[in-house]
Design a protein around this ligand. Structure first.
Ligand SMILES: [Zn+2]
Length: 194
């Protein structure tokens, strides 16, 4: 009787060992599947980083571009921004596209809009604040790290009287507003539906 029990016990142990072995193989397969998932998510990220016109953009609760927020004001890598037309100036992609259209439409009206400045890195914001003083103290510079330029959300335009009148009349159609009352050249991008 004891012998039979011992024999059954040893068979149970053998079966358990087999089950464990099977589980190990399954786990190995699962982690292989995990590698595939990693590749899929890597591919998804890579695709998401490829600029496409069909991409959707949004602003977070603070009005900051969701895709740029993590970089920080004035710390956005050039590749995350988009050029305005064929200029060297860069802005948040929707702002760049809207400004490109605004400049082209103005040109059709015989109005020339130039760009003096656009995205402004943090170091340049610090330099500007030193040279021009803080806006809050009567100067012309935002507190470094808070500038609309630091999010690629504002542009300083080079406007003659005719062009200034045109932008004042038409800017809102392109979601550009004169967001600094003492700076007729400063136009912030404030999309209604982002
Ligand atoms: Zn400005």
């Amino acid at each position: 009787m004891n012998q039979r029990i011992a024999s059954i016990q040893s068979r149970i142990i053998a079966m358990q060992t087999q089950q464990t072995a099977t589980k190990t193989v399954q786990q190995t397969n699962q982690s292989g599947g995990g590698a595939n998932t990693d590749f899929a998510s890597y591919l998804q990220d890579a695709v998401a980083q490829t600029p496409t016109s069909g991409r959707t953009y949004s602003l977070n609760a603070k009005g900051i571009p969701t895709d740029l927020a993590a970089y920080g004001n004035g710390k956005i890598p050039p590749g995350a921004l988009e050029p305005v037309g064929n200029t060297r100036h860069k802005l948040w992609a929707p702002a760049a596209e809207s400004l490109t259209r605004m400049i082209a439409d103005a040109e059709k009206d015989g109005v020339k809009i130039g760009i003096t400045d656009s995205y402004r890195p943090y170091a340049e914001q610090v330099d500007l604040a030193k040279r021009k003083g803080l806006y809050s103290q009567g100067g012309l510079a935002a507190k470094p790290g808070t500038s609309e330029h630091g999010w690629g959300m504002a542009t300083d335009l080079d406007l003659n009287a005719k062009a200034l009148a045109w932008v004042r009349e038409n800017g809102a159609k392109y979601d550009f507003y004169n967001t600094a009352s003492r700076e007729s050249w400063h136009w912030g991008y404030k999309p209604k539906s982002a």
